[in-house]
Design a protein around this ligand. Sequence first.
Ligand SMILES: *Cc1c(COP(=O)(O)O)cnc(C)c1O
Length: 425
Amino acid sequence: MSSFHYRSDELYCEDVSVSRLAEEFGTPLWIYSKAYLLGQLRQIQEAFAAAEPVICYSVKANSNLSILKAMSEAGSSFDVVSGGELYRVKAAGADTTKVVFAGVGKTDEEIRFALESQILMFDVESEAELDAIAAIAGDMDVVAPIALRLNPDVDAKTHAKTTTGKKGNKFGMDIERFQELAAKVLRDSRLKLLGIHIHLGSPILTTDPYAEAGAKAVEVVKGLRAAGHDIQWLNLGGGFGISYRGNEGLPASAYANVIVPAVKAAGCRLALEPGRFIVGNSAILCTQVVFTKREGGKLFVIQDGAMNDLIRPAMYDSFHRLWPVKSTVAMPDLVESEIAGCEKTDVVGPICESSDYFAKDRYLPPMQRGDLLAIFSAGAYGTAMSSNYNSRPRATEVLVDGGKVTVIRRRETYADLIAQELLEE
Ligand SMILES: *Cc1c(COP(=O)(O)O)cnc(C)c1O
């Protein structure tokens, strides 16, 4: 049974009615299923077990402290891309010695913080970064553990804004530069090359790009070993796709089938940085219809969630399933097809931007002022990218565990909105 399911025409998260939660905590409201979250992590842990993996949950997908704590308690480590994310990992009580740190623009302050925190390794993205890490490690009299990020020039066939492993992206380095930098590390006692890092982009719904990248990585690892490096880790990043529309997402075992043999052939341990796969379908955003209106031949449902809460449709043209929380019309498996009792509807937010929408021309049951709406697959890159645009307070987040409900972020108040601002005298 899915963690979000309809029971007699009403949506539940695990054992809790979504309308009950909306009544108690107001809307917009983020609702997470803990069982789903941990189930996804377990699926990855089990599928990749033969590669002795360290699973580094990608904090940027969803950085709520309680999510990080749940991940950590279930044996996950973390992939961070900023000092702030590392700070969060520590605040959640997690061990930092298995943390990996990626990103093209690490500042001196962030590098120092990571070295003090004794992370597993930096994913180094350029020669300038390598030099900066070496200098700071030298100052601190420590050896910095690193992986070099290879741009394998593999087309992950995803959105232009989220493909990262193709020539011409700002990420990583090509194989020639990679070899140069590896040679440089060998001559520098302040650095130790422990692994190779590849992140192809996201979301990736086929295994081919991983197979291709894995094969390239095996060759590179062999070369590095021959040159005298003690390579222990093959980090293949994140990017596993999920089901946003229907059942297009692959199980973790499909990715494992192509990745594990490569890791074995390389004689390495595997590091992975899954974000979306773990948290994406663990949450819905529950909103309430404010008004409906017909204009220009279209039906608009205006609800109280907006692009400041969930920016993915505006930013990446993303598709999110949505359906009324209470409905006598069953939610279909394929949302785009014509459905009896439904009408083509645009679901929009109140923000003054035409890109503030969640669905366009979607067949949905009739809705009225006050009805609740569930926007699915909202767990990844939802709250993490939310803002206060239009001076909208960020929404409450609740974590459901069976019948138990915990508020894991309280709703911001108007006072919170201006708390950091100072009036000029
Ligand atoms: C964003 C990112 C990830 C996570 O991607 P998902 O699609 O959420 O799995 C992993 N590694 C790096 C380096 C990233 O930038």
